[in-house]
Each structure stands twice: as C-alpha cells, then as structure tokens.
Design a protein. Structure first.
Length: 333
C-alpha cells in the first residue's frame, strides 16, 4: 500500500521514556511482543491468537457466570453475527452490562479476545458482558466492522429483557481497535437514534487513520504497536482511502468535528504509545462540545501496558481508575 500524504513526518522530539517497571517487562518479553506488525504477519498472528482462545468454562469463572452464544441479524445484506453473552449467575433482576468490542488492529481476534479483561471489570460490579463478533479487515473492510458492532448493540438493547439486562445501563467498552469501534458505535447510535448508551469506555483507542500526530512519529520501532503497525491496520480497513478525504467518522472517529450528544466517556492511554495524541484530542473535543469525559494519560505507558505488565504500579493505578469510573457511572440513573 503506498504511503498516505498524511504519513509525512511532523516535528517531534524523542519519545517519552517508558516507566522503569514497564521497560523491564518489555525487555524481558523481547520478541514475544514485537513493536511492528506488517501485513504478512496478520494470518500467522491470527492463528496464534486463536490457539489461546478462552473456553466457556474459563469464562464462567467457577460458575459465577453463565455463558451462551446467540446469533443476531447483521447489517442489511450482511451475514448474521455472533454474540457471546456472560451473565452473573447470582443475578435475580436485570443488571447493567458491558457491550464489548475486542481489539487487535481491526485485523485479528474474535469475540473471546480480551474478554477476560472485560469480565475483570464487570465482575466486581455484578455486570453482564456481551461480546460481539465482527468481520475483520482486510477481507471485510470498512464499514463492515463498525456496522457489525452496531447491529449487535441494537439486537442486545431490543432483547435486553430476555437477556436479564437493564437497557438503560449498557456501557460500550473497547481497547485499541476495539476502542475505535466503540467510539464509532457511539456516534452511530447518536446519529441514528439508536440505543441510548450509558457510557463509553475507550482504552487506548485507535481513532485516527491519518497517522500524523507527534506520538505516531515518536513511537516508531519501539514499544508495542508502533507507527508501521498502525499503518498496517488502517490500510487493511480503508485501503487507498486511508489518510484521504473520503473516510467516515464512524470508521475513524477522530475525524468527527461534532462530539456533542454522546454518553459520558472514559479515555485512557499511555504517554509512550502511538494513540496518545489522538486520545487526548478526542477527550478535548468532547469537552469543547459540552460533553463529559474523564481522561487519563499514564506516564511511561506503552500500548497495552496494564495487560502485559499487570503488577506494575502504574498498571494497578490504571485498573483502579477504570473501575472507579465505571462504579460511579453505574451508580447514576
């Protein structure tokens, strides 16, 4: 794929240093988490991720959750989609829910990818989790992924009563590419008069196809998911439209000028990752449009630091902040 006009370097100093604890973990894992993803790596990485997929038994957490799969209509003219539904076994009334859109660069993963992270967040609050299977790029480019995710949300809200879910307390949650999809789905729900989301939790979200921020230049060949990886993902999703004028804000939410009328947002990102500047800008534009957002930029954090190095002090702080925001949000009607 030829370089986009937006791939021209912008003035930038050196990358911020990694947090010392995180740097030590990154050095220890070495080639197991390379900074760069190129197109030829997509297929073998998909296979490796599939081999680590979590079973229903693991997701049930010793009987704390019931786990089932349901089929739902996809977007008009598209195949049905699969939803994986995890509901607290002890719940005797309708519960709030996390609607989860998995990450992995728009090109990898499935409805089970990272679902344990969503359950870690949901379990202390007695929430259900609904994870959507969306079609992957490059085989299924934009708008397939975001439209699949939106179709799953619509079905979930319409069937909330039979699922034991409170339709007024559904929070969409995504990390990385899933964070970008979550933001896109929130925009679609607003613009189409769809389900009224209670909140949007955007963790290191992949929001901007132009790849032209300072942080996208600084994080090149270092960390996890660098500038080239970002180009790989966006090229797969958008093809030769990447970086040009014909890109929907549902695919790349950073392009949306009007961020009014959205549910409260939690935006978190590391200071030493590609997505730093687009995440900060997104939260800032929510505020500029009169909305509600909580922003955290974790010092020295690389992409996915709290998953790769969960015992680091900054990782524990990130988990506490995320859980506290959700607890406060779910306490409001």
């Amino acid at each position: 794929m030829p370089a986009s006009p937006h791939d021209r370097p912008v003035p930038a100093g050196p990358a911020p240093p990694f947090d010392p604890e995180l740097a030590a973990v990154l050095a220890a894992i070495g080639d197991d988490a390379p900074p760069t993803m190129t197109p030829d790596m997509i297929i073998p990485t998909r296979a490796a991720m599939a081999a680590m997929s979590m079973s229903d038994e693991a997701l049930a957490r010793g009987g704390a959750y019931t786990v089932e799969e349901r089929r739902a209509p996809g977007p008009d003219g598209a195949p049905d989609i699969t939803l994986l539904i995890c509901r607290p076994t002890a719940a005797s009334a309708a519960v709030g829910a996390i609607y989860y859109t998995h990450g992995a660069g728009m090109v990898m993963g499935d409805r089970r990818t990272g679902l344990d992270w969503a359950l870690d967040l949901a379990a202390p609050l007695g929430l259900a989790v609904v994870s959507v299977e969306y079609r992957l790029a490059p085989e299924h480019p934009d708008p397939a992924p975001v439209e699949d995710c939106y179709a799953g949300l619509v079905w979930t809200a319409r069937h909330a009563a039979e699922l034991g879910i409170d339709p007024d307390r559904i929070v969409i949650y995504g990390r990385s590419a899933g964070g970008g999809l979550a933001a896109g789905v929130a925009l679609l729900a607003r613009d189409r008069g769809g389900p009224a989301l209670h909140g949007q939790l955007l963790d290191s979200p992949m929001l901007d196809d132009r790849n032209d921020t300072v942080s996208s230049v600084q994080i090149d060949g270092i960390g996890v998911w660098d500038r080239t990886s970002n180009q790989t993902g966006w090229d797969a999703l958008l093809g030769d439209r990447r970086g040009g004028g014909d890109v929907s804000s549902y695919a790349a939410p950073a392009r949306e000028a009007d961020l009014s009328g959205l549910p409260p947002a939690f935006v978190a990102v590391g200071s030493a990752e590609v997505f730093r500047d687009e995440s900060v800008a997104y939260a800032s534009r929510i505020w500029r449009c009169g909305g509600v957002a909580e922003l955290h930029v974790w010092p020295g954090g690389f992409h996915g630091f709290d998953v790769i190095a969960p015992e680091a002090a900054v990782s524990r702080s990130a988990v506490v902040a995320r859980t506290a925001w959700l607890r406060r949000l779910m306490g409001r009607r």
